[in-house]
Write a protein that binds this ligand. Structure first.
Ligand SMILES: Nc1ncnc2c1ncn2[C@@H]1O[C@H](COP(=O)(O)OP(=O)(O)OP(=O)(O)O)[C@@H](O)[C@H]1O
Ligand SMILES: [Mg+2]
Length: 345
């Protein structure tokens, strides 16, 4: 069942819409990542769902109810903000139950929920501290605690891990995902980090300029990107996307035409760095840089002045300035129409 549903939702403040006819739905109990570059409309979409912004047009449904015109408190969602927004003068315990107090939840019930949330988040020993006496990760957990005690079926998170260091991010990612699954929450999770989206989400909604570029499970975005933008946004290093005619002229392993017999002019080919290899025959390239990472080596090459990155296992025997030839399984090539920027089936 769809827990959260957006239908043709638009938000504009006068100029170009920040959110432009966005439609997607989040199934009950799923974690849906809203992914995209800065300014693409992720936070605005989340705030529209929370009711902190009013849609210019379109419909928002939560648990089957049209909530488009309803105030935030009646929507049954909790939200975790990027900056935690903890009250500095309140203790951890007071911060966590603040929203419950405002809503006149009885004291015994508040205590029970606090105990449960503190247990889940490992905050039992910190309940009497002030936020200033906590590490960033602990503050983050307090902010999560506030969302958990609300016990709403839908939880919205706006880049909740952006203030944490790399290692803590990885830990918190796992904790949030485990928690979301354990509690059966439906979670909408905003991030501009594709690794975060790919590793945590059941469904990824990739946005660009206020519109949805692609909406699907992580593997679908990776394996069948619908556009050149998706192809290059998902995966590191990004997919190599070059004009088909350039690759053909360089001697790449391919027929003289594209899918459905289309001429090569106007088409682009995408090859993931991990799908390319060195070969006796293939596209001629010059090595521009070599980056040894331990488990593998990234070779940055140039094919007729177009950059092309190859990921080779272990330590690769290539030298900067040297000539190499690149090949790949034809089935690994992604074809795109250069004018529409869209995938060709
Ligand atoms: N209150 C506002 N008034 C006018 N324009 C706004 C307002 N809030 C956001 N915008 C604009 O809407 C667009 C989308 O902003 P939004 O905050 O949703 O982006 P985002 O994807 O969350 O980006 P980031 O990753 O940087 O947080 C931006 O161009 C922004 O300038
Ligand atoms: Mg934002």
């Amino acid at each position: 069942m769809a827990e959260v549903e957006l239908e043709e939702v638009t938000k504009s403040w006068g100029g170009a819409p920040a959110v432009d006819r966005v439609s997607f739905s989040a199934r009950t109990g799923d974690l849906v990542a809203l992914l995209g570059p800065s300014g693409c409309g992720k936070s605005t979409t989340l705030r529209l769902i929370a009711g902190l912004e009013t849609a210019s047009s379109g419909t928002i449904r939560i648990a089957g109810r049209d909530v488009t015109a309803r105030p935030p408190a009646t929507r049954g969602v909790s939200m975790v903000f990027q900056n935690y927004a903890l009250f500095p003068h309140l203790t951890v315990a007071e911060n966590i139950v603040f929203g419950l107090k405002v809503r006149d939840v009885p004291k015994a019930e508040r205590e029970a929920r606090l105990k449960r949330a503190a247990g889940i988040l490992g905050l039992e020993k910190l309940l009497d501290r002030k936020p200033s006496q906590l590490s960033g990760g602990q503050q983050q957990r307090v902010a999560l605690g506030r969302a958990i005690v609300a016990e709403t079926p839908v939880c919205l998170m706006d880049e909740p891990l952006s203030n944490l260091d790399a290692q803590l991010r990885v830990e918190m990612r796992r904790e949030i995902r485990a928690l979301q699954k354990r509690l059966g929450m439906t979670m909408l999770y905003v991030t501009h980090d594709q690794v975060e989206a790919m590793t945590m989400a059941d469904q990824v909604v990739l946005m660009k300029d206020g519109r949805i570029e692609q909406d699907g499970p992580p593997a679908e975005l990776y394996e069948s990107p619908a556009t050149i933008f998706t192809a290059r946004f998902v995966g590191t290093p990004p997919m190599n996307v070059l004009p088909a005619s350039v690759l053909a002229a360089a001697g790449a392993p391919m027929a003289g035409h594209g899918p459905q017999g289309r001429p090569l002019g106007g088409l682009a080919i995408g090859i993931r760095p991990e799908d390319a290899r060195l070969a006796e025959t293939g596209a001629e390239a010059t090595v521009a840089a070599v980056e040894y990472l331990g488990a593998d080596t990234l070779v940055e090459a140039r094919v007729r002045d177009h950059p092309f990155i190859v990921r080779l296992p272990g330590r690769a025997a290539v030298d900067v300035g040297g000539q190499i030839r690149l090949a790949w399984e034809p089935g690994r090539a992604h074809w795109f129409d250069l004018s529409s920027q869209r995938r060709i089936a």
